[in-house]
Design a protein around this ligand. Structure first.
Ligand code: NAP
Length: 251
């Protein structure tokens, strides 16, 4: 049997029943990685993805887990480690939007987005650190941020703040764990064709499209390939960085 890129490694991807997370989980499994993933409520989709992952001959752990809960995150990581053997990679991908102008935004929409996107990433990073630091060759944490967190977006004060917060988290944590061979980076995405961008109204979509030099939204699969590169040994000298994959939107 030929050796695959991530043979024997273990990855946790949060929020992987749809979109970018799902594509990342399947690409990692295809490349030989054992994978654990969670979701908010899509149990049926999770079962199908788990079966597909196992079809690649790797181990899989899938469970509903609200990333915003510190306790649930710790429990999830513990169970994931039991199934996967080691946790070498964490992709903090779970994310939501609740867009509105600040004047109209409800407090609960601010809280939900910050708790899921930012606190969720902190929860999972904290929970994987000990097992990751014990690995002989450390590990990689990749935070899925957004150019909304780099340049700010109208109607997204909660989302932009959460994604900018992930960038601060990335830089601090990178400094804290570099000596243990754990690298931490943020992937700031532009527009990717998923349920999240499907919700956009047509006029806004056309406006954004006109500002993307590459002239199109990304497909989840091409983001999954970038994620695999950033987790791989080829990217091991990159830490504390914000890598923008946005078709040139934020140039
Ligand atoms: P998506 O298609 O809306 O999927 C979101 C995933 O996150 C689903 O699997 C969902 O589970 C899960 N999730 C939501 N809340 C959760 C929670 N509290 N706990 C655990 N899982 C939760 O999203 P996407 O477009 O693939 O985006 C993935 C990431 O990329 C997000 O962080 C997003 O902010 C970022 N991003 C996306 C774009 C874009 O254009 N799409 C651009 C920049 C950045 P259920 O299926 O159970 O709801």
């Amino acid at each position: 049997m030929s050796e695959k890129q991530f043979d024997g490694k273990g990855a946790i991807v949060t929020g992987a029943t749809r979109g970018i997370g799902k594509a990342a989980v399947l690409e990692l499994a295809k490349r030989g990685c054992n994978v654990a993933f969670n979701y908010a409520s899509s149990a049926e989709a999770a079962e199908k993805i788990k079966a597909e992952v196992e079809g690649y001959g790797v181990a899989c752990f899938a469970q509903a887990c609200d990333v915003a809960s510190t306790e649930a995150a710790a429990d999830f990581v513990k169970s994931a480690k039991e199934t996967l053997g080691s946790i070498d990679y964490l992709v903090n991908n779970a994310g939501i939007t609740r867009d509105n102008l600040i004047m109209r935004m409800k407090e609960e929409d601010w809280d939900a987005v910050i708790d899921t996107n930012l606190k969720g990433a902190w929860n999972f990073s904290k929970a994987v650190l000990r097992p990751m630091m014990r690995n002989e060759d450390g590990g990689v944490i990749l935070n899925i941020s957004s150019i909304s967190g780099v340049v700010g977006m109208l109607g997204q004060s909660n989302y932009s703040a959460s994604k900018a917060g992930m960038i601060g988290l990335t830089k601090s944590l990178a400094k804290e764990v570099a000596s243990r061979n754990v690298t931490v980076n943020a992937l700031a995405l532009g527009m990717v064709a998923t349920d999240m961008t499907d919700e956009m109204n047509e006029e806004f979509r056309e406006k954004i499209l006109a500002n993307i030099p590459l002239g199109r939204f990304a497909e989840p699969q091409e983001i999954a390939e970038i994620i695999c590169f950033l987790l791989s040994g080829s990217a091991k000298y990159i830490t504390g960085q914000v890598i923008q994959a946005d078709g040139g939107l934020a140039i």
